[in-house]
Design a protein around this ligand. Structure first.
Ligand SMILES: Nc1ncnc2c1ncn2[C@@H]1O[C@H](COP(=O)(O)OP(=O)(O)OP(=O)(O)O)[C@@H](O)[C@H]1O
Length: 295
């Protein structure tokens, strides 16, 4: 069990705000965080990783105290066993795939473990290549490997798949779930992608105005479009129908099809001709005030 009770004064674009987070996470689960931009999701992940110091509170992970303001405990990031993957892959461009992954190893002699990870993530054939010669999805797999090489117990994914196209994202989500189970990880992901949350998370948490305002199973919490604020739907545009007053876009995202009406007056689809069937697009929700952009 992970017990988190934290507060941190953050400087947001709307002024200073107290971020107060109280939650318990079951070991082995996948928890998704969402909420409007700047609400403090990344700050929360950074506090869990030990990269940002909370003002108050405590973090206890499976009986080990990582942070306790009153007791003056602040375990260093290196000793926490946390792996964090960001949207930007942040790989070393002059190192090979293998060297990038080995960089995270405490014991550089443990080459067999690197081989196993390369194998598990289907990167063996690319081990001698430099990141610049790889696709975005392949680079993100290297970043995932580099994080897993130090055998973290807690995996933090900060919009890690959001810049990838639909097919690559789906594959990375599947692989990450497989690795999550294989290594018995506890995973916290920040995501705005409704299908990603539905597919990956056991629990979904919404943060607004400095605190948790909703917590539940994705199936319960994201059952109605009314609850989709601050979420996005990413998928492949499979059909564009021009109708009176606008157009209906059909999007295939993960395992479901969505039809979204775009009012031609309110539409922020800047140049409809830029979007064509087959493109990966992002729709910000709710449907009634959605905007569309090409990924
Ligand atoms: N160490 C810090 N001390 C005080 N304020 C901070 C600190 N780190 C970040 N902030 C501020 O906290 C606010 C929340 O930032 P954060 O990146 O956590 O938001 P977010 O919810 O992840 O947003 P987004 O969805 O846009 O990535 C920002 O305005 C940021 O400037």
């Amino acid at each position: 069990m992970i017990d988190i009770q934290l507060s941190k004064y953050i400087h947001t674009s709307e002024g200073n705000q107290m971020l107060t987070i109280e939650m318990q996470i079951e070991t082995g689960s996948v928890v998704a965080l969402y909420g409007s931009s700047g609400v403090g999701k990344t700050t929360l992940l950074r506090m869990l990783a030990g990269l940002t110091k909370p003002d108050d509170g405590h973090i206890e992970v499976n009986g080990q105290i990582w942070f306790d303001k009153k007791k003056g405990i602040h375990v260093s990031p290196q000793k926490r066993g946390v792996g964090m993957v960001f949207q930007e892959y942040a790989l070393f461009p002059n190192m090979t795939v293998r060297q990038n992954i080995e960089y995270g190893l405490a014991d550089h002699r443990d080459k067999r473990w690197v081989d196993e990870l390369l194998e598990l993530t289907d990167l063996t054939q690319l081990a001698a290549r430099k990141p610049g010669t790889l696709s975005g999805g392949q680079q993100q797999r290297v970043a995932l490997c580099r994080t897993l090489v130090c055998k973290p117990s807690l995996l933090l994914l900060d919009e890690a798949f959001s810049s990838l196209d639909q097919a690559t994202r789906t594959r990375l989500q599947d692989e990450t779930l497989r690795l999550h189970r294989h290594f018995s990880l506890t995973t916290i992901l920040v995501s705005h992608d409704i299908e990603e949350i539905r597919k990956m998370a056991d629990v979904v948490i919404k943060i607004e105005q400095g605190k948790i305002i909703k917590k539940g199973r994705p199936a319960d919490l994201l059952s109605s479009p009314k609850q989709y604020h601050h979420l996005e739907l990413k998928g492949i545009l499979t059909k564009i129908e021009i109708v009176e007053g606008g157009s209906i876009l059909t999007i295939y995202a993960s395992d479901s099809t969505h039809r979204i009406f775009q009012d031609s007056g309110a539409s922020t689809l800047q140049n409809p001709t830029q979007c064509k069937v087959g493109d990966t697009i992002v729709i910000t929700l709710p449907y009634e005030s959605s905007s569309v952009r090409k990924l």
